[in-house]
Ligand binder design. Structure first.
Ligand SMILES: [Zn+2]
Length: 281
């Protein structure tokens, strides 16, 4: 994350930082751009570890305001509408349905292991991912978008927790070690500039035996190969990281976390992949 520069994306000039491989640190500027790149955003696969990522990232200060989720969603729905034309309406409904299903799923995994405790929702948005856990868990969140963090904070406070408005690593740093039974990372890790740094902090704040529930787009999916650039997992520059089972496993293990994949939730036919990471007891 050395040199900074500026790019123009969707008519807006934004400052970006260059990213070497987020997993192993290799500088991959000598590698060819992936055909999935979309100017000004270049996707590269690491020569050494295979990790696939966009090699520049908007500075965090942009994420706090310009690119907050609501704004990004607007841009994306327009882009998808163009890409998909007729099939768009159907796919939007499908994705909304999957989205709701996904929200409940975090709670299911957490309740398999814990009946109560503290839960942290990383990249919590307005806090909706852990709605079904609020009755028995103390909810906390970290969210970079100020407007969304305020909403989450208002939701969490009556249940004894709160939301931090900060980039993830900074926000995580405000919690004591061994503090949480569970951490939710649903549709989050693909956005994170420094996923390994975050994962190490997640390890620190989890109690021994605690779990992190991860949902990310499945770059190993068949659909990505079939749809190419139109695959729903591509978002420029929203989705900075493109995980396969292999790279997600490497990421977890480098941070000291064990990982198991949900069988049905990580098949090659699935556009997303679910994994349960755990801190050894
Ligand atoms: Zn690498």
């Amino acid at each position: 994350m050395s040199a900074a520069s500026q790019v123009v994306s969707a008519g807006t000039t934004i400052s970006v930082s260059y990213r070497p491989c987020p997993l192993c640190g290799r500088d991959n500027q000598d590698q060819p751009a992936s055909p999935y790149s979309l100017a000004p955003w270049t996707i590269r696969s690491c020569r050494d570890c295979g990790f696939t990522y966009i090699d520049t990232a908007p500075k965090y200060e942009h994420l706090a305001v310009d690119l907050d989720w609501n704004a990004r969603f607007q841009v994306e729905t327009e882009r998808k509408a163009e890409l998909r034309k007729v099939s768009y309406k159907f796919s939007r409904l499908t994705r909304m349905r999957m989205h709701l299903f996904g929200k409940r799923k975090v709670g299911r995994y957490v309740r398999e292991k814990f009946n109560q405790g503290r839960i942290l929702d990383l990249g919590c948005g307005s806090g909706e991912t852990i709605l079904d856990l609020l009755d028995s868990f103390t909810p906390y969140g970290v969210e970079i978008s100020t407007s969304l963090a305020i909403k989450a904070d208002q939701l969490f406070r009556p249940h004894g927790g709160h939301a931090e408005n900060a980039p993830s690593i900074e926000g995580l740093g405000r919690f004591e070690e061994n503090f949480f039974e569970a951490v939710a990372m649903r549709s989050y890790l693909e956005h994170e500039e420094n996923p390994l740094g975050v994962m190490k902090e997640v390890f620190r704040v989890l109690k021994p035996g605690g779990i992190a529930v991860v949902k990310v787009p499945n770059f190993g999916s068949i659909n990505r190969r079939v749809m190419g650039k139109k695959w729903c997992g591509f978002r420029y520059p929203d989705h900075l990281n493109y995980y396969t089972r292999n790279s997600l496993r490497q990421l977890a293990q480098k941070a000291g976390l064990d990982i198991r994949f949900d069988f049905l939730g990580s098949l090659p036919t699935s556009d997303n992949m679910w994994a349960i990471l755990s801190k050894p007891a």
